[in-house]
Design a protein around this ligand. Structure first.
Ligand SMILES: [Zn+2]
Length: 674
C-alpha cells in the first residue's frame, strides 16, 4: 500500500520544496507525481530546454524517501507553440475554435503539435529517463478531458478519411453499403468527400448525422487518442526501461474505449472525485472502481484522490472529517494499491484555484493534513497484510463502448436509459448484496465468471453473440437488458426479429417496443406472478416466449400490453439466458439477481444497512472483509464471518458497531462458512 500526491515544483518557490518534502515524509508519503503541465518550464523558448529545476526537485524529494512518477508534459502546450501554429487548436462540431487557455485543446492530428510533443517527450526522457528516483511514468494527463477526444478540424478530417480507407480496405462502395448512404442521397464517390459529423441544420453535436458515420467517427477519435499515447509509451520503454507506465484515466469518461487504451499500460491508474455525492449517507457509486479494475482485471492505482472540495467556478462541499479517509479506503477495498491525493497544496493562481488540496493556499497543515497522516500510518501498518491481496469477482458486467456510443448519439428515450446508467443499476444492486462485480469488455477474458450481465447490447456483432452463446452453453448465466441486439457493427438496425443475434439464446422475441416514459402521467409496473410488484422506467420491450422451455419471469402490469412478458428466462445448453425488457427499480433488480447469485453459489448478504458497503480482498488463505460506514452516524452490522479487525487489532464476533464515517477490515479465514 502506497501513499502519494501530485506536486508542482513550478508553482512554489524552491525554498519551500524542502518544507513540503518533510511534511510529506512525516505523513508517510512514498510517491510524488510531477511534470504533467510544465512544458513551458521545460522548454521556455523553442529549442531551449531546461530540466535542471526538475532534476533538483526529483532529487530533493528523493532524499526524503519519495520516488517520482514523472509525466510527459503534453496536455498544455506553450504559448510560443500556439503563436507558431495558429491553427494548432481543436475545432468544435459547430466549427468554432477551442481557443488557447484550457488544456488538451491542441489537435492530436496537427503535424506541428505532434512534432513538438514528440520532441519534448524525447528530450525529457533523455534527460531524466534513467534517473534512479524516477520509478514510473504517467503519459500526458486525463487524455480527452473537457470534450477534447473529438476534434472536427481539417487535420482530423484528413486523418478520419485515412482511418476509414483502412477500415473499408479502400472500398468506398463497402462504406456506402455499411452506412446506408442512399438515405438522403449521401452516397460518397471517394473517401476524400467524407467529413466528420459536424453540426447540421438545426442540430448540434452529431445529432443530425448518419448513425454509421457517427459511430465510426467516435471509434476513430478514440483510436487517435490511443495512437497518440502509444507513441509516447514506445519512447518511454526505449529511454526509461524498467519503469511502470500508466495514465490517469477518468472512471466512467466515455469518449475513449478504455479497454483498448489500457492494453498499452502496465497499470491502470485513475482519478477519483466522489465529493459530488457528498452528504447522501450512501456509498459513492462503485461502478468507476469496478470498471477501472476490470480493464486489466488487475489492481489499480488512484492517481488523483479527492483531498478537499473540488470545482472551478463553484466548488463542492468539503469532505467531512473522516470522509477522505473513508473514500480512500473504498478505493483500496475495490482494488487500489496506491492512493495519491490530489493535490498537495491548493494553487493561488489559475483556473483550479478552487480545486482544493490537502493544504489550503496558505500551506499550513490543518485538519485534512492530519487525516492524510492517519491514513499514512494505517497504510504502513496494513501493508504486510494487504500487499499482494486482490479483489476476486465471480460476476461481470459487460461494458461495451460501441453500444454506449450508439446510445449516446441516439438515446432512444429522453432520460432514464443509458449504458452507464443501466450498468450502475446492476452494479449497485449487487453491491447492496455484498457482491463485487468486475466491469469487463466484450473482448476481455471472461474466465472465472459464473454470471455476466449485459446492460444493453445495443450494437452486437456475430463474434460477440457467439462468445455469449458459448458462455451460456458451458453453464454460465447471462442477463441481457432492453434494446439489445438492435444494431449491427455498423450501427444499422438489423433486418430480423429482435433481439436479432440473441433470439435463439434468449428464447424469445420482442413483439413491440415502447418509450412509455414519453406518455405524461403513465406509471409502469411489472409483476413477478408471486405477489411482488416493481416500478419500471423509460421503455419496454414487450416479449413473447419462443423456445419450448422459456419461462416468463415478469409481466407488465400497465398500458395496452398489461399481462405481456417483461422478462423471460431460457435454459440454453448447461446455462441460462435472461432477457429483461425494461429498466427495473432497485428492488426489482435485487430480487432478480439475488436468486441467480445464490444458485451460482456466490455468497450474498441480505441485511447490509443502506449506508454500509461490504467488499473483500483475498490473498492465499486469507480474506479481508471491508465494512465501510458512509453515514455520519454509528451503525450496527452483522459480520459475514468473525475475525480480527486489522485497524484496531481486536477480535470481532457476529455483530459490531462501526462509528460514523469509519470502517473495519476483518481478517477472516478464507473459505470458512458464511
Ligand atoms: Zn483536429
Amino acid at each position: 500500500m502506497l501513499l502519494g500526491t501530485p506536486y508542482y515544483p513550478e508553482h512554489w518557490p524552491e525554498e519551500r520544496w524542502g518544507t513540503d518534502a518533510r511534511l510529506m515524509r512525516e505523513a508517510g508519503f512514498a510517491r510524488i507525481r510531477m511534470g504533467e503541465f510544465a512544458w513551458h518550464r521545460m522548454e521556455p523558448v523553442e529549442g531551449q530546454l531546461d530540466f535542471d529545476w526538475l532534476r533538483r526537485a526529483i532529487e530533493l524529494f528523493g532524499q526524503y524517501g519519495l520516488k517520482t512518477i514523472l509525466c510527459t508534459p503534453t496536455p498544455t502546450y506553450p504559448a510560443w507553440l500556439h503563436a507558431k501554429y495558429p491553427d494548432i487548436h481543436q475545432v468544435k462540431s459547430n466549427g468554432c475554435v477551442k481557443e488557447f487557455g484550457q488544456r488538451q485543446d491542441a489537435c492530436k492530428s496537427h503535424p506541428g503539435y505532434r512534432l513538438y510533443a514528440r520532441r519534448i517527450v524525447e528530450k525529457l526522457l533523455q534527460a531524466l529517463g534513467e534517473h534512479p528516483d524516477v520509478v514510473a511514468w504517467q503519459t500526458d494527463n486525463e487524455l480527452g478531458c473537457h470534450g477534447t477526444a473529438r476534434c472536427y478540424c481539417r487535420y482530423c478530417e484528413a486523418a478520419f478519411q485515412s482511418w476509414l480507407r483502412e477500415r473499408f480496405v479502400g472500398d468506398i462502395d463497402a462504406l456506402n453499403a455499411a452506412w446506408g448512404t442512399f438515405f438522403w442521397s449521401q452516397d460518397y464517390d471517394g473517401f476524400h468527400e467524407i467529413s466528420p459529423p459536424r453540426d447540421t441544420a438545426d442540430r448540434t453535436g452529431n445529432d443530425g448525422q448518419n448513425p454509421g458515420l457517427v459511430l465510426d467517427f467516435y471509434r476513430f477519435s478514440s483510436d487517435a487518442q490511443i495512437a497518440f499515447q502509444r507513441e509516447q509509451i514506445e519512447l518511454i520503454r526505449r529511454f526509461s526501461p524498467g519503469r511502470t507506465i500508466t495514465h490517469n484515466l477518468m472512471g466512467l469518461f466515455s469518449h475513449i474505449d478504455y479497454f483498448r487504451f489500457a492494453c498499452d499500460l502496465d497499470v491502470v491508474s485513475w482519478d477519483n472525485y466522489p465529493f459530488w455525492t457528498n452528504g447522501t449517507n450512501r456509498p459513492p457509486p462503485p461502478l468507476a472502481h469496478d470498471l477501472m479494475r476490470g480493464l486489466k482485471r488487475k489492481p489499480t492505482w488512484v492517481m488523483e484522490q479527492a483531498s478537499g472540495a473540488g470545482g472551478w467556478g463553484v466548488f463542492s462541499a468539503t469532505p467531512q472529517p473522516g470522509q477522505m479517509r473513508l473514500w480512500a479506503f473504498q478505493a483500496v477495498a475495490r482494488g487500489a494499491d496506491m492512493i495519491s491525493f490530489f493535490r498537495w497544496r491548493s494553487c493561488r493562481f489559475g483556473r483550479e484555484q478552487y480545486w482544493h488540496g490537502i493544504l489550503y493556499h496558505h500551506g499550513i497543515p490543518q485538519r485534512r493534513y492530519e487525516e492524510v497522516k492517519q491514513i499514512g500510518i494505517e497504510f504502513c501498518a496494513l501493508s504486510s497484510e494487504l500487499d499482494g491481496s486482490v479483489v476476486e469477482s465471480q460476476i461481470a458486467i459487460l461494458y461495451d463502448y460501441d453500444s454506449l456510443w450508439a446510445l449516446e448519439s441516439q438515446p432512444n428515450v429522453v432520460q432514464g436509459f443509458g449504458y452507464a446508467e443501466m450498468a450502475q443499476r446492476f452494479d449497485q444492486a449487487l453491491s447492496r448484496l455484498g457482491i463485487l462485480v468486475d466491469a469487463v469488455g466484450v473482448a476481455s477474458d471472461w474466465g472465472g465468471y459464473k454470471v455476466i450481465m449485459a446492460p444493453c447490447l445495443h450494437v452486437l456483432t456475430p463474434e460477440v453473440a457467439d462468445r455469449l452463446k458459448s458462455f451460456v452453453q458451458d453453464g454460465g448465466t447471462l442477463i441481457v437488458g432492453p434494446r439489445s441486439g438492435v444494431k449491427d457493427g455498423e450501427n444499422a438496425v438489423v433486418n430480423e426479429l429482435l433481439p436479432g443475434l440473441l433470439r435463439e439464446l434468449a428464447g424469445c422475441t420482442v413483439t413491440e417496443y415502447d418509450a412509455f416514459s414519453m406518455i405524461p402521467g403513465l406509471e409502469m409496473h411489472v409483476e413477478d406472478g408471486h405477489g411482488k410488484t416493481y416500478r419500471a422506467y423509460a421503455l419496454a420491450d414487450v416479449l413473447a416466449p419462443e423456445a419450448e422451455e422459456a419461462q416468463v419471469l415478469l409481466t407488465y402490469a400497465d398500458h395496452y400490453y398489461a399481462g405481456e412478458p417483461a422478462a423471460i428466462g431460457n435454459p440454453y445448453g448447461q446455462g441460462t439466458c435472461i432477457y429483461l425488457g425494461t429498466v427495473l427499480d432497485d428492488a426489482g433488480i435485487r430480487d432478480l439477481l439475488g436468486p441467480i447469485a445464490r444458485s451460482a453459489s456466490i455468497p450474498c448478504l441480505d441485511d447490509i444497512p443502506e449506508c454500509v458497503e461490504v467488499t473483500r480482498r483475498v490473498k492465499e488463505s486469507q480474506s479481508y472483509a471491508f465494512y465501510l460506514n458512509h453515514s455520519a452516524d454509528p451503525v450496527r452490522v452483522n459480520l459475514a464471518r468473525p475475525g480480527v479487525d486489522l485497524m484496531r487489532g481486536q477480535r470481532l464476533e457476529k455483530r459490531h458497531t462501526i462509528p460514523g464515517l469509519d470502517l473495519v477490515i476483518v481478517k477472516e479465514q478464507r473459505g470458512t462458512t458464511v
